[in-house]
Design a protein around this ligand. Structure first.
Ligand SMILES: Cc1ncc(COP(=O)(O)O)c(C=O)c1O
Length: 365
């Protein structure tokens, strides 16, 4: 997948000075966590995940408890477990596009039938609920939604998601809500997990995006159906048995700290206002849909500007050491790109934005 081949990890972080490609905040050092692991017993962990960690994951969540949580080595693994457990080649899936690649590629690998709900720039990347309803077939097994959304940063209206959930329940269809970006709610309250609303809903999240620790590969899925959770657990056991106890201990330490995200949200708010000002008042080549949460948006180069797009990305990276996520990472035209504003420092963001402008100008036909 291009998003993997061309990711900053694969390109080499040292080659990128202005990293505007990330969908997360800046990573932190282990030493900053002040966690002591000396007394950690290095056994296999509880297969469902450390109980205290599962309790923390659903602390303050009404209608959910630790039994509804399966800790997985990352949201990506949780998504893999969900797809491989629920779907086979006779099933039908309805999924939003663009999307995080795994939400599309794993179902493709399973060879199930897929209907895409395409999100258009012209509609502010919103979707029409009737399109989802009309896409349902007798073999529809799963509706797959991502909110806050990657790569647009759009948060879908809770009422619309609730309507889809009620509709899916009536039809006996499962709903996946990939909520991996939920903790990046820098301008609103935390939205409760959708899994609390129905046994048909599976929520997914992780510590990768907001907490600065994607390296511990810790995520989870949440669902209230005991039988389904048993199947998910069996799938996890086939893949990995249990999580790393080291990762779980660190995850528990992080989630049990109050106000862990306060500084992070401050940083995102500051960078977001820089970005918004730049988009609306300083640059002229791009148009966008303003994101509501997360740390990414998906602007596009206006059609009226004739730009050699391949040259734009080349100049941006090779001359300005600046990386953004090209549209083709998300099966979209390369006039779009994902711009991550939470990872860079304020100074890096300011310079990175200038570099985008300069690279568009230098690529004008
Ligand atoms: C929507 C979405 N879900 C899941 C993931 C995977 O996250 P993790 O690092 O927890 O595997 C990503 C990563 O970009 C994502 O964008």
């Amino acid at each position: 997948m291009p998003i993997e081949v061309e990711s900053p990890e694969e390109m080499g972080y040292a080659t990128i000075q202005y990293n505007l490609a990330e969908s997360s905040v800046r990573d932190i050092y282990f030493r900053d966590l002040k966690v002591n692991l000396d007394d950690l017993f290095m056994c296999y962990g509880e297969h469902r995940g450390k109980l205290e960690l599962r309790n923390e994951i659903v602390r303050n969540e009404i209608g959910l408890d630790a039994d509804n949580v399966l800790v997985c080595p990352s949201a990506a693994t949780a998504l893999f477990i969900i797809s491989t457990t629920l779907l086979n080649n006779k099933d039908h899936l309805i999924v939003l596009r663009p999307n995080y690649a795994t939400n599309i590629e794993t179902p493709r690998a399973i060879n199930c039938e897929i209907s895409f709900i395409d999100l258009a720039f012209e509609n502010g990347f919103q979707f029409n609920i009737e399109k989802i309803k009309n896409a349902v077939k007798p073999n529809t097994k799963l509706i797959s939604l991502t909110s806050p959304h990657n790569p647009t940063g759009v948060v879908f209206d809770s009422k619309i998601l609730e309507e889809i959930i009620a509709f899916a329940e009536e039809k006996g269809i499962y709903v996946l809500v990939d909520e991996t970006y939920r903790y990046l709610n820098f301008q609103s309250e935390l939205i409760p997990y959708y899994a609390a609303k129905s046994k048909n809903v599976i929520s997914v999240c992780s510590l990768s995006k907001a907490h600065g620790v994607p390296g511990i590969r810790t995520g989870w899925l949440i669902n209230k159906d005991g039988k389904l959770m048993h199947d998910f657990l069996a799938a996890k056991e086939q893949i990995i048995i249990c999580n790393s106890v080291v990762d779980e201990e660190i995850a528990h330490h992080i989630l049990s700290q109050k106000d862990y995200l306060q500084k992070t949200h401050q940083h995102i708010r500051q960078n977001f206002s820089i970005l918004k000002n730049w988009m609306e008042n300083e640059q002229k080549y791009l148009e966008w849909t303003e994101p509501n949460a997360g740390v990414v948006c998906f602007p596009r180069i206006k059609n009226e500007y004739p730009v050699d797009i391949a040259k734009f990305y080349k100049i941006l990276y090779e001359e300005h050491k600046t990386l953004v996520g090209a549209g083709h990472w998300f099966e979209q035209d390369d006039r779009y790109f994902r711009l991550g504003f939470g990872y860079p420092s304020k100074e890096e963001l300011l310079q990175g934005l200038k570099n985008i402008d300069a690279s568009i100008e230098a690529s004008m036909l």
